[in-house]
Design a protein around this ligand. Structure first.
Ligand SMILES: Cc1cc2nc3c(=O)[nH]c(=O)nc-3n(C[C@H](O)[C@H](O)[C@H](O)COP(=O)(O)OP(=O)(O)OC[C@H]3O[C@@H](n4cnc5c(N)ncnc54)[C@H](O)[C@@H]3O)c2cc1C
Length: 457
């Protein structure tokens, strides 16, 4: 296996993951590093940051997919960007193994490491889930969900068999947290807008189902807001099942813990996240939930004290919540924390490299939560202020429109919204995105045209 040594005289700061934490940390480091002081290397399997709070709006057709991601190379000028996955971390010897699909893995050494690999869906071993389910953590999933629902409507509009059509238009969402509610609500809004295009379909033909194990939704908002969200979804025709589990979805035949069974076309899993499993095989200290243990100054720590040259925050770390708000004393995994932890991490890392011994403690009191639930629909909570409907929706757009990293991306997103407001939502479904060669292969394999015999041969 090739080893890529940092031959330059300057040390390498390796950032594992170019998501929210990794991207903003790199931005801050690049801004504050002295000339030639260090090389900043960002490794991520994707060449872009995914702005996850916009995934539901991408699925709902309100934001163009490419505008909800931030390309690393053009927005982290001066950093070394490697498109690949860190498969193994050996912090004792200070190198990582990087895999790139279709190529030989290689080792990369470093002086300082920032663990910013985020979280992955916490999928449970439910029969059929691995085969039939889809999550909403990646831009590709948001694109696929939008196309899938729109294509199903087109197909169902020609179906004569009631059971077949009912199945094609039944969409199940598991998990009533923020991401789950936003995903369901945006797609439901999209489907209702699209159904008006068909004479053979009515809104009553579409069935959206929410399955939530707890007795309430959205733990991020108060009880009254959560109850309003459930009532609002039910008014929109969504079947909301609380205190209910998905027990089986083999062959898309849904079995719920309340005894109900039905066929569905789509199972979207949004029931929580867990720390990235790549950390399990590393020699870094983890808590019982697989998160890296860190101090409030974001230095990694084990039982013996600080682990030299290792830093972590965001969804893959157990960051102490000094505001006292977080469950179990730790920050909840969200972008609000990740984006604020990043500058603290960058500042402390630079301080450590420069031999300083005083570090800033991460402290942030939650600003609250805003969620979009389809056009002009939303819910928000900031302290004791509770907002619902169009005002909450506008707040959601304003907040996230500005929060997406870089002004260039903000401008594109606001541009999308203005165009959609003037021209209407784009209901185009793309076909065969995952099999782009299909038409060419069919043409290449088609029978040659019959040769005409020459008349006077
Ligand atoms: C649908 C949805 C909606 C959300 N809405 C909100 C919201 O409204 N408000 C809010 O505050 N939060 C929201 N969140 C949560 C928020 O997106 C995350 O908490 C935040 O992105 C965490 O930042 P992070 O940098 O820790 O992880 P991420 O942003 O997930 O970044 C992790 C990065 O690591 C990369 N990576 C993974 N494995 C490897 C590897 N082996 N090697 C190298 N790189 C790797 C990934 O590709 C990714 O780019 C939402 C999440 C989802 C899924």
């Amino acid at each position: 296996m090739a080893l890529i040594r940092n031959n330059a005289l300057r040390p390498r700061i390796l950032i594992v993951g170019g998501g929210y934490l990794g991207f903003v940390t790199a931005q801050n480091l690049l801004k504050d590093l002295g000339r030639g002081e260090a090389t900043v290397t960002v490794v991520d399997p994707n060449p872009y940051l995914t702005y996850a709070p916009f995934l539901p709006e991408v699925a709902g057709g309100n934001i163009e997919p490419r505008h909800a991601v931030v390309p690393l190379r053009s927005h982290l000028r001066g950093a070394e960007v490697i498109t690949g996955s860190v498969a193994n971390i050996n912090h004792d010897k200070k190198f990582v193994v990087i895999e790139q699909e279709g190529y030989e893995a290689f080792e990369l050494d470093y002086d300082q490491i920032v663990l910013a690999s985020g979280a992955v869906p916490r999928a449970l071993p439910i029969p059929g889930l691995a085969e039939e389910g889809i999550g909403l953590k990646r831009i590709e999933e948001a694109i696929a969900l939008r196309d899938h629902v729109l294509n199903r409507l087109a197909e169902a509009s020609l179906m004569e068999d009631d059971a077949e059509r009912r199945k094609a238009l039944t969409f199940v969402f598991v998990g009533g947290g923020f991401a789950g509610i936003e995903s369901l609500a945006e797609l439901e809004d999209l489907a209702r807008a699209a159904v008006a295009q068909y004479d053979t379909l009515t809104e009553a033909d579409i069935r959206f189902v929410l399955v939530e194990a707890l007795g309430r939704v959205m733990p991020e908002v108060g009880e009254a807001q959560a109850r309003w969200v459930v009532d609002h979804l039910r008014e929109r025709g969504v079947d909301v099942y609380l205190e209910t589990f998905l027990e089986d979805c083999t062959d898309k035949h849904i079995k719920l813990s309340n005894g109900e069974e039905f066929d569905a076309d789509l199972v979207v899993w949004n029931a929580g996240v867990k720390a990235n499993p790549i950390l399990i095989d590393s020699d870094l200290p983890l808590d019982e939930r697989g998160r890296i243990t860190v101090r409030a100054d974001l230095r990694v720590e084990n039982e013996e004290g600080v682990v030299d040259g290792a830093w972590a925050a965001g969804d893959n770390a157990a960051v102490p919540d000094l505001s006292g708000e977080g469950p179990g004393g730790f920050c909840v995994p969200n972008a609000q924390h990740a984006m604020r932890q990043a500058p603290v991490l960058a500042k402390n890392l630079l301080a450590a490299m420069r031999g300083e011994t005083v570090f800033t403690q991460y402290f942030h009191k939650s600003l609250g939560a805003v969620a979009g639930m389809g056009l002009f629909k939303g819910v928000a909570q900031m302290g004791s202020v509770e907002l619902r409907g169009p005002i909450a929706w506008a707040l959601h757009r304003l907040y996230h429109g500005y929060a997406i990293p870089t002004c260039e991306r903000s401008a594109r997103v606001f541009g999308n919204w203005v165009i959609n407001t003037v021209m209407g939502r784009d209901l185009t479904a793309l076909k065969d995105v995952d099999v782009p060669r299909r038409a060419f292969v069919e043409a290449a394999n088609s029978k040659p045209a019959p040769q005409k015999e020459k008349a006077n041969a």
